[in-house]
Structure formats: structure tokens, C-alpha cells
Design a binder for this molecule. Structure first.
Ligand SMILES: [Zn+2]
Length: 230
């Protein structure tokens, strides 16, 4: 991978890992801060401050904030400006997990039934990115993990074959909201073992084991994050 002309210096303390467009880099930098609670839920986000901090024009900042708004991570208020989206409520949290438990274990079973070497390789690759640290700082790693987890689960639903169900889950941006509840190593480390159990079931083409592994993964994820509401 070639390095961009953007360096850590031009984007504040944020390390840029990939060769991206300026807009993409700015988006990633703000995304990382939101996911790792460096910008806490509900906090005001001032375009002018970001312009100064990243030493870029207003355009990529506004573009990034618009994209984050679409992902439910940022809210724009008339005459007030941007804020980090508030934390999801306990009720919403329960609803999200109920939705996931209804749809994802069944999706995993269908994906297992449809599995072949090529599809398995795609899922293994998606899961593999999460295991890599690549010397990333904790904040970047956490945000990367959140995004990859969303991609991994979306790939499974894609293989399950019901596009409407996939869209319903994807539209919730559940992974972004869930990961933003708590910035903690357990959220990432324990999920890796659970993903491996899923991959093993997929490799065996075992629908029952895949459904069970997905159910356990979602239940454990819920239990890991519940303390955020205490
Ligand atoms: Zn997961």
C-alpha cells in the first residue's frame, strides 16, 4: 500500500492507515473518534474546529459529517449545527438485540446451507481483518473492528439470500451504536472466538451449529455491553 500525502500531522493525532481520498480520510478520522467515544455521545461537533484541527477546507468536513449523519452517528440540528448522536436507550438496545436474535441465527443457518469454498473464503477474510492489530492504536483498532464486524455480519446475511432482511438489519447500523456504548477490549477480543465458532460451523456446512453459534455470539455480545447501562 502506498502512503498518501496526508500524514498524521495533517489529521491531528489520528494515524491514517490507508491510501484514501481526502474526504475518505477525514471521514475515517471522525468515525474513529465517534466509535471510541473520543467524541462522546451528544457532544457538539464544530465544523470550524475540525477545519483547524485537520487543516483542510470545509468541504471534506461537511461531506464526512453528512455521511456520518446517514449512518446515524451524527445529528444535524437546524441553526445549531452538528452533534454526536446520543447514546441509544436501554429500550432501543433490547429491541436491537431482539431483532438480531430473530433474524441472524436463521440467516447463519441459511448461509451455512449455501456455503462453498469461495463464500467461506470471503467470510474468513472478513473475520481475519478483525483479528489483525497491525500496530494500530487502540482507538483506530476499535473503530476498525466495529466496521468489520458490521461487514462480517452483513456478508452472512447476503449469503442467507433474503435481501429485504439484510436491508432491515443493515439500516439499523446496529454495530455502530452497539460498539459506541463502551470502549473496552472485551468487546473485541471475546467476539473473535465467537466468530471462529461461526466459521467452523460454516466450514462444516452445519446449519444447526451455525444458527447456535450466531445465537450465542449475539447473546454474549448483549451481555458484554449491558454494563454500559448500569
Ligand atoms: Zn460479530
Amino acid at each position: 500500500m502506498t502512503s498518501t500525502k496526508l500524514t498524521a500531522a495533517t489529521l491531528g493525532s489520528t494515524q491514517i492507515q490507508r491510501a484514501n481520498s481526502l474526504a475518505e480520510d477525514v471521514y475515517e478520522a471522525i468515525f474513529n473518534r465517534l466509535m471510541s467515544l473520543n467524541i462522546p455521545p451528544g457532544a457538539r461537533i464544530t465544523v470550524d474546529n475540525l477545519v483547524k484541527e485537520f487543516n483542510v477546507s470545509h468541504t471534506p468536513i461537511r461531506e464526512a459529517l453528512g455521511r456520518l449523519e446517514g449512518e446515524g452517528l451524527v445529528v444535524k440540528q437546524h441553526l445549531v449545527g452538528y452533534r454526536a448522536a446520543p447514546q441509544i436507550t436501554r429500550r432501543r438496545f433490547d429491541e436491537l438485540y431482539q431483532l438480531r436474535l430473530l433474524l441472524e441465527p436463521d440467516g447463519a443457518a441459511k448461509a451455512a446451507t449455501a456455503m462453498d469454498d469461495e463464500k467461506l473464503a470471503i467470510l474468513q477474510e472478513a473475520a481475519g481483518v478483525m483479528a489483525k492489530r497491525d500496530g494500530q492504536d487502540e482507538r483506530v483498532h476499535y473503530a476498525t473492528f466495529a466496521r468489520q464486524d458490521a461487514i462480517f455480519h452483513d456478508r452472512i446475511m447476503e449469503l442467507a439470500g433474503n435481501e429485504l432482511i439484510r436491508e432491515i438489519l443493515s439500516f439499523q447500523h446496529a454495530h455502530f451504536h452497539i460498539f459506541r456504548l463502551m470502549f473496552h477490549w472485551r468487546v473485541t477480543e471475546e467476539a473473535l472466538d465467537e466468530h471462529q465458532a461461526l466459521l467452523d460451523a460454516f466450514a462444516a456446512g452445519d446449519a444447526v451449529a451455525a444458527a447456535r453459534a450466531m445465537q450465542l455470539h449475539i447473546e454474549h455480545s448483549r451481555d458484554r455491553l449491558l454494563p454500559a447501562f448500569e
